[in-house]
Structure formats: C-alpha cells, structure tokens
Design a protein around this ligand. Structure first.
Ligand code: CMC
Length: 444
C-alpha cells in the first residue's frame, strides 16, 4: 500500500524482531518489540517496560532515544546523508527553492505548478503583520538581541490568533502554517530595524520570499532600494539548507510545547528560544566571533591547544554534531557556495574565509578531532556568507529561525494530526533527598 507521500505504509513497522530483556534480580523476562522504519536503524519499543518491569530507561540528552515516529526528514550521520521527504539535500539545493521546500516539508510531496503558484500566492498574501504587533517592538531596548525580540513577538502572535485557531481543524492548521512562514521575515526585519532605529519597512508582495526579506532589511523610505538577485539567490539556498533537521533541540521543543495543546505560535516561539543557544543555531554567530578572536592563521595552533584543553571550556564552534559523524552535507554545499558568492561579489580574497578554511584543514588532520569524528557543521561557513550579504552577526540565528520555521511547523502539524498523539512527558532518575520533616526556621 502506498500513501500520498510515497512511503510504503505496509513496511513501516516490522514486528517479527524482538529485543529480549532479563531482570537479573527477579528472573523476569520481557520481549520488547523492535520496530523498523523505511530506512535507518531499528528502534526497540520500550513503551511496556514500566508496566511490565516497573523501571524506566535512562538516556540524558536522548543519546539513544527516538522520541517520535516521523516521515519528514531522514539523516544518516555516518554517511553524511540528509533527505527531506526522501529528496537528497544536494538535489533540493541545486534545483528547488525555499518556498517549494517549505511546501514539500509540510505537504509530504513536491507541488505541481498550480499547487506551487497557489502556495506562493497565499504565503505572499500573509506577509503583513498586525500594526499592534509592530508597535510592540517599541517596548524593547534598542540593544535587545533580535532573537529575544523575535521569540517574544512570535509568542505574542498567539494573542492575535487564539480564538480563531482550532488546532484540531486541518484547515486552521494550514492557515497557521501559511501565516507563520509568511510573517517570520517581516517580524525578523522589524527586529533588525528596531535595533538600527530605522522605520519598519513593509513587505512588498511583488517580490519573491528572499528578495522581499532583503528589501525589508535594507530599504529605507527616503531612497530606492534594488535587491541584488545574487544575494536573494544565496539567501534562498541558505534557507533550503536550514529548513529542517529532524528531531533537533528546537524542533523537539516545538513538539513538546505543542503536545500540551498550547497555541502553536507559542510553541514556535519556544522553538526560537531553543534555537538561540550556541550549541544549536547560535553557533553561526559564535563562529564569526571565534574567527575574529583567532585573527590570523598563525594563531590557529594556540587556539586549537585551548580547544583541546578541557579545562578551558573553549570549543571549536561550527564543528561537531550529535548525529553527523562524517561531513555535514550542508557544510559542503555552503563552503562551495561561499567561494561563488564572494567571487561574484568581488570579494574572493575574504580573510575570514581563508582563516576558516585553514582552520578546517588543520583540525581535520588533528588526532583530537579525527578520533572524535568532529567535522564542520552547517554553521561553520554560513556566517561568512551572511556577512558577505551584509547581514549583521546578531541576525544570523534569526535567519536560521526563518528557515527552520518551515520545519518546525511541519513537525507540529505531523504531531497534532496524529490521532495517537500524547503529551510529551519524560520521566527522571530521582537522586534528591528522601522524605524528611520540615524544620521550623528557629531550629535550623
Ligand atoms: N570542539 C571541541 N571539542 C568538541 C566539539 C567542538 N566543537 N564538539 C564535540 N567535542 C568533543 C567533546 O568535548 C567530547 O569530547 P570527550 O569525549 O573527550 O569528552 C566529544 O567531542 C563528544 O562531544 P559531545 O559534546 O559529547 O557531543 P554532543 O553530541 O553532545 O554535542 C554539539 C554536539 C554540536 C553540541 C557539539 O559538537 C558542539 O558543542 N559543537 C560546537 C557548537 C556547534 O557548532 N553547534 C552547531 C551544531 S549544527 C547546527 C545546529 O544543530 O543548530
């Protein structure tokens, strides 16, 4: 049997394999079912473990735990493979557009010409935000981090679209998807303009998604602004590469917040906040800071010595990944693109790019990184391109958020549309005090 997304539903769950478990203290045996996906490692279904044995599993950081079943994105970390709905990221990067990818992630299949035109038109029609939302930006201090503003404004959207949003209504979910994808660039540009003290620039619906984004960033009311098509194209590619990455920290956050039945704008806002951290989306900003701190190629050995010294707490930012133990395929595409973009902009001799390449070269030959399978990730080169496009450092993670919104909302829709959805509620290994009596303050 084939479903609409082309997945063979009959082979989704194989039940002929089991995982045997023996409780050595009681001698009780359990046979745990093993489930197979369409591709990738099998998973042991432990749902009955607590009921049968009274124990939980312990896996801090989800090192070995699949938190959900999903049909959206597949990563093979050892082979450096990334597929959106089955399509390799390399093919999408070369042939697709961000809007088409957003459609693909959310609908499960590539659109035909009419579906793409309708989707694009709907996204374009939803680009404006309520004026009251724009006024809320005035409440932020001029030097507020844009991620803080974006997270707060996205959460505030739940106040504007609460009564009209029934999460169990598929049409309402679809409208939400269109709205949030359409409005994130407008909100992000407003955060940027707030920091500059410049007037907000309204969206232009005659422009494509990325050209409009650049227009809202860089146009000013007093003079004409012409979008550089090369910049728009480079940005579109970056958005494709960042659009989804299965159950990463921010996507899992969106799922967890959304699993309570919370307003989806609030769930997306939680995702924006989770993305901000330097171990996740904030790494692109941290990479540029790191490169500037290193300064010159001569300083690389000293910096790497610091990285290898565990006491220093210094990491090589833009390196390493929980899932990729080989090249991050997105990093390869971005590195190549870095050269093209900088060459076309007449800035081929970019010192930061040279430094980054030398740093990569040296690290990839160093036993510390080799033995730990640490390779450049998506964030190692992305900041260099964002800088070349004139995007300020504090906005890098916001650009990531704009892209990842397409993935967040796809995961939220997949979860809410699943009739067997449960609230996400992990358990714990308690190591605090056992029951003790309260001591009045005079006796402590
Ligand atoms: N620099 C130096 N050492 C590292 C690095 C690094 N960037 N990444 C991992 N290690 C070491 C780590 O110290 C540990 O060593 P040991 O076994 O001796 O204790 C080993 O490698 C395993 O690292 P881990 O922290 O246990 O691995 P993790 O899967 O929990 O962390 C990571 C993944 C991405 C948080 C981590 O590699 C990291 O902090 N990288 C730098 C930040 C970064 O670039 N983040 C962007 C990730 S990709 C985009 C995104 O997801 O948003």
């Amino acid at each position: 049997m084939r479903s609409r997304d082309g997945v063979n539903t009959a082979t989704r769950t194989m039940t002929n394999k089991t995982f045997e478990l023996l409780d050595t203290s009681t001698g009780k045996k359990s046979s745990l079912p093993v489930r197979s996906g369409t591709v990738g490692p099998d998973v042991v279904d432990i749902a009955a473990l607590n009921k049968d044995h009274g124990v939980f599993t312990f896996d801090p950081g989800f090192m070995a735990t699949a938190s959900t079943e999903s049909k959206i994105t597949y990563i093979d970390g050892d082979a450096g493979v990334l597929l959106y709905r089955g399509y390799p990221i390399e093919q999408l990067a070369a042939q697709s557009s961000f809007i088409e990818v957003a459609y693909l992630l959310n609908n499960g299949a590539l659109p035909d010409a009419k579906q793409l035109a309708d989707f694009t038109a709907s996204i374009t029609r939803h680009t404006m935000v309520n004026e009251s939302l724009l006024r809320m930006f005035n409440g932020f201090h001029y030097n507020a981090h844009p991620m803080a503003m974006v997270s707060a404004i996205v959460a505030s959207m739940s106040a504007f679209y609460h009564d009209s949003m029934d999460i169990h209504n598929p049409r309402h979910r679809e409208i939400f998807m269109h709205r949030i994808i359409a409005k994130l660039p407008t909100i992000s540009a407003a955060a940027y303009k707030r920091a500059l003290g410049q007037p907000f620039i309204y969206p232009r619906n005659d422009l494509d998604y990325c050209s409009n984004l650049l227009h809202m960033f860089y146009a000013v009311p007093c003079e004409p602004y012409h979008v550089d098509p090369l910049a728009a194209q480079a940005l579109d590619l970056l958005l494709i590469l960042h659009a989804d990455h299965e159950q990463n920290a921010s996507t899992s956050t969106v799922r967890l917040a959304g699993s309570t039945g919370a307003n989806p704008y609030a769930a997306i806002s939680a995702g924006v906040s989770a993305l901000w951290g330097p171990a996740h989306g904030g790494a692109n900003e941290a990479v540029l800071e790191m490169l500037e701190e290193i300064g010159t190629v001569d300083n690389i050995p000293k910096f790497l010595a610091q990285v290898k010294d565990k006491a220093s707490n210094v990491r090589l930012m833009g390196f390493g990944h929980r899932v990729y133990k080989n090249f991050d395929p997105r990093a390869k595409i971005i590195r190549e693109m870095c050269h093209k973009v900088l060459a076309k902009m007449g800035r081929a001799d970019n010192p930061l790019l040279e430094l980054a390449q030398r740093l990569e070269e040296i690290a990839l030959k160093d036993e510390y990184f080799v033995s730990r399978k640490l390779y450049p990730n998506v964030d190692f080169y992305s900041g260099i391109i964002y800088s070349a496009l004139g995007i300020p450092r504090s906005m890098f993670t916001v650009m990531f958020a704009i892209a990842r919104t397409a993935g967040w909302v796809a995961h939220w829709q997949e979860m809410i549309g699943d009739p067997s959805m449960k609230i996400g509620r992990p358990r714990q290994l308690y190591t605090g005090p056992v029951k003790r009596d309260y001591t009045p303050i005079a006796k402590r």
